[in-house]
Design a protein around this ligand. Sequence first.
Ligand code: ADP
Ligand code: SF4
Ligand code: MG
Length: 258
Amino acid sequence: MERIAIYGKGGIGKSTTVTNLSAALVKRGLRVMQIGCDPKSDSTINLTGGKRIPTVLEVIRDKDKETRLEDLVAIGSGGVLCVEAGGPKPGIGCAGRGIIAAFEKLAELKAYDVYKPDVVIYDVLGDVVCGGFAMPIRNGYADSVCIVTSGESMSLYAADNIASAVRSFGVRGYAGLKGLILNKKGIVNEVAIVEQAAREIDTAILHTIERDPLVQEAEALHQSVLEAFPESPQARSYQALADKLFDCEKAVGRAICV
Ligand code: ADP
Ligand code: SF4
Ligand code: MG
């Protein structure tokens, strides 16, 4: 099982990228679990036909010890195992708490033994890299980290913070930084700007995703781009990202790589 955390500023395109990454990986025959670690709780919404799934925090609040695995894991399009950690009521509590509670509950209910995912992808809000939101890169939850960014200064600022957090936990042998995913916003000299930022944080751009209105068209259908427009260049770009991140033959001997 390989576990990757995808971080980035709010609104930068993490959930879009992760959803399409999940869709691309199931196409390659991998079993994928996508865990939304953002109080917005909409990471998996385009894998579940636009329907919000109950978050781990909501279920725990309602059912406490009666919580079953099926209450937390929804089976999304293509069989993607969908989980939303959830967040606190506005103004009260700790947002990172949802992430911690989700990880603890999934482990307690032996989710990984039951569903046996080949890949777990955490979709994590990276605006504030505090103890809560750093959970996936602490304590060995994730094996590696990628950061979604555009050329905008705020998303590069977030990328720098996330990279610093990865470096400080990395000394304990936890997750390493795989690189940046450039999700273009159409800024002048965007590639050069992000290449320079990547050098400054001692990493590289792993993959570049173009801005494409098909993303919104797929969203309107509550689908991933891979599902709605499988032959489009945008779908191929997400597939290429998946192939860069995972060697599916190596990840699972039985994967049907097509
Ligand atoms: P995040 O999860 O980082 O908060 P989202 O994935 O929800 O961000 O994306 C925010 C918005 O940006 C969405 O409405 C989505 O349609 C749009 N978006 C993301 N990536 C692209 C892209 N490559 N091309 C066009 N629109 C995009
Ligand atoms: Fe929780 Fe982070 Fe907010 Fe602190 S800063 S209360 S750890 S979400
Ligand atoms: Mg999101």
